[in-house]
Design a binder for this molecule. Structure first.
Ligand code: ZN
Ligand code: ZN
Length: 349
């Protein structure tokens, strides 16, 4: 009888000529699963968008939608004769939503069925379907316009914004009429001004965004009351957690942004400065470097530090300890980054 090269058992059939059925499924699964699934769901009625079309809500809810999308993207191995999605469990993790998907299938020449488990990242966008949109009385009463520095929104910024939006409860999501990716950023149309303000203030407190409100008259009710549309223009700062910034003329790192405060630490020290978002906008500047180089620490002496530039230039620098702010532990032979900002050297070791 043939022997499995992995577990050494004798079996009737080796699935791919090398592995017994259980080793095969353990090592290779039943097929290639997508890394992530993106789905758009209507927060009001549960309809979902599939290949550009809106479909009515399935009886099994979101789990059914996930099963269907998964099946459409799953690529079974050639040794797999048939398979089906047996179970979908949705899981909320600190870093986002996931689906645990149990797939059951048969292997060529092997009796019975085997199962494989897949964990797939879920990216769920909420958007009103056309039917709910029509019912939602037409004109949005609030627009949240999210923009980056320089008027554009980068890929990382879009991701951060997406995370903030998905961290808000369904009360906010239910108010969203549409999320439009425009050239300059993201426009979110909402039915409820209170929900729009909640979203904007969350972007302020967790990404240090600056928020401006404006109102536009869009009509008048029968009783004479005027109807205004609220526009919240939300601008993200040039910095985010981990950025180097210029703070009172010196280089500093943004350590944390939370609850409406930006925690900044001047390089070379331990002390954190706690700035309100508005003060951070005023006090933090995008740093300009007079010089920037990858170096290796060549020698460390009591008042001096010697650096050898790497990457082409091979400059040799002898710097006084008093003219360089050291971040980290510069040991001989260690690679580091040398930055000159505002007439001062910074060594990031
Ligand atoms: Zn085996
Ligand atoms: Zn709907």
């Amino acid at each position: 009888m043939p022997v499995c090269i992995r577990c050494g058992r004798e079996v009737e059939t080796l699935v791919d000529g090398r592995l017994c059925p259980s080793c095969y499924v353990e090592v290779r699964g039943l097929g290639e699963a997508p890394e992530e699934l993106r789905l758009t769901v209507c927060p009001r009625c549960g309809s979902y968008r599939f290949q550009g079309e809106w479909m009515p809500p399935p009886p099994g809810g979101l789990e059914d939608v996930v099963a269907m999308l998964f099946q459409a993207r799953f690529r079974p191995h050639p040794e797999v004769t048939h398979y089906r999605v047996e179970e979908v469990v949705l899981e909320k993790s600190y870093d986002g939503d996931y689906a645990l998907i149990r797939v059951v299938g048969g292997l060529r020449g092997v009796e019975g069925e085997h199962e494989a488990l897949y964990r797939v990242r879920l990216r769920v966008a909420h958007q009103l379907c056309p039917a709910c949109f029509r019912r939602a009385s037409g004109a949005p009463t609030a627009i949240v316009q999210i923009r980056g520095t320089g008027g554009r929104l980068g890929e990382d910024e879009r991701r951060m914004v997406e995370e903030v939006i998905s961290s808000l409860g369904s009360g906010i999501a239910e108010s969203v009429i549409s999320v439009d990716e425009v050239r300059e950023g993201i426009d979110i149309k909402m039915m409820d001004q209170h929900a729009a303000r909640t979203l904007a203030s969350k972007l302020r407190s967790s990404l240090a965004a600056a928020v401006k409100e404006s109102h536009k008259l869009i009509g008048q009710r029968r009783d004479g009351r005027r109807v205004y549309r609220l526009t919240l223009s939300v601008r993200l700062p040039f910095f985010s957690e981990g950025s180097l910034v210029s703070y009172r003329g010196r280089l500093a790192r943004v350590e944390e942004i939370a609850r409406g405060y930006v925690l900044v630490r001047p390089l070379g020290g331990e002390r954190l400065h706690r700035l309100r978002v508005e003060d951070a906008w005023r006090l933090l500047e995008e740093p300009r470097y007079e010089d920037e180089a990858d170096v290796v620490v060549a020698a460390v002496e009591p008042g001096w530090i010697h650096l050898q530039e790497t990457g082409g230039a091979y400059r040799y620098l002898e710097l006084r300890r008093s003219e360089v702010t050291v971040e980290g532990e510069p040991r001989v032979g260690k690679n580091a980054r040398l930055i000159r900002h505002n007439g001062r050297y910074y060594l990031l070791a």
